[in-house]
Design a protein around this ligand. Structure first.
Ligand code: SF4
Ligand code: SF4
Length: 100
């Protein structure tokens, strides 16, 4: 089963982030910031503040780390019960993306 997102959202994988801040600077609506915690490599990783992402994708293209950021546009099809926080923690791509 899958569901359709009613608004755009974005996720940063903490362990893939090098804390460069490029996505934070690039976001035109300022909805990304550094997390207060460090990842296991010692970087303050970027995080979504939870509201206001437009799905523009600029952060994705600004990030030098492959797969550190994933953006879902409004209307994207995601697994039933999909939660961004769980996605960030799992390190596993949603089913539809894994099969693409
Ligand atoms: S997709 Fe656009 S609005 Fe959303 S966090 Fe990235 S840069 Fe900001
Ligand atoms: S641009 Fe990528 S590596 Fe740099 S802070 Fe953002 S998510 Fe992390």
């Amino acid at each position: 089963m899958s569901t359709i997102l009613d608004k755009a959202t974005v996720a940063v994988k903490p362990e893939l982030c090098k804390g460069c801040g490029l996505c934070i600077v690039a976001c035109p609506v300022d909805v990304l910031s550094f997390h207060e915690h460090f990842n296991t490599k010692g970087y303050h990783y970027a995080m979504y503040m939870g509201d206001g992402c437009t799905g523009c994708g600029i952060c994705y293209y600004a990030c030098p780390e492959p797969e550190a950021i994933v953006v879902w546009k409004k209307g994207a099809r995601v697994p039933e019960g999909f939660q961004v926080r769980e996605y960030e923690a799992s390190g596993v791509l949603p089913l539809e993306e894994a099969e693409a």
